[in-house]
Design a protein around this ligand. Structure first.
Ligand code: FEO
Length: 170
């Protein structure tokens, strides 16, 4: 496959492999946010459920953005296999902690691809990925805002409902 695409591809071939790994990572993120949305729905945390349904849709958009970029530039985007998805969480706090962990992993991965782009002088892909750099900052901030609230207010009794209400503004 590498020989086949080498002549007609505008992006570096090794970077294409990293982008395909990123496609899979975004798909996993979308699937795990869907599981989190379902857990929140089942626990009557309706605003948090909506938040994670939206996050799940956004991650699919991220996946498709990279998918199309690879194909539009002569590469071969691979439809990803979804990894194992957790469905059980002990608390809303755990859900947001896992969400933040996931975003931090994605940020590191995007940063790593950009570093590789610089080594291989693939400035087109680096430029494309700048949008994701900004997006990741915003995504991490969203999760941290909710975790700060949880730390401040706790989750006993009415506090949990109030936090769920505030997730709308996260
Ligand atoms: Fe697309 Fe938030 O990772």
């Amino acid at each position: 496959m590498k020989d086949l695409v080498r002549q007609k591809i505008s992006i570096n071939i090794d970077i294409m492999d990293l982008l395909n790994e990123q496609i899979a990572m975004e798909a996993d993120a979308s699937a795990s946010y869907l599981a989190m949305a379902s857990w929140c729905d089942q626990h009557a945390l309706t605003h948090s459920a909506e938040f994670f349904y939206d996050q799940s849709a956004e991650e699919r958009e991220h996946m498709m953005k990279i998918f199309r970029f690879v194909n539009d530039n002569g590469g071969a985007a691979l439809s990803p296999q979804i990894g194992k998805v957790a469905h059980n969480y002990s608390s809303l706090q755990e859900v947001f902690e896992l969400a933040l962990d996931q975003e931090i992993k994605v940020t590191k991965s995007i940063n790593n691809i950009i570093q590789q782009c610089r080594k291989k002088a693939d400035f087109g892909t680096e430029n494309f990925l700048q949008w994701f750099v900004q997006e990741q900052l915003e995504e991490e901030q969203k999760m941290r805002r909710v975790l700060d609230l949880i730390e401040l207010m706790g989750t006993d009794g009415i506090a949990l409902r109030l936090i769920d209400e505030r997730v709308k503004e996260a």
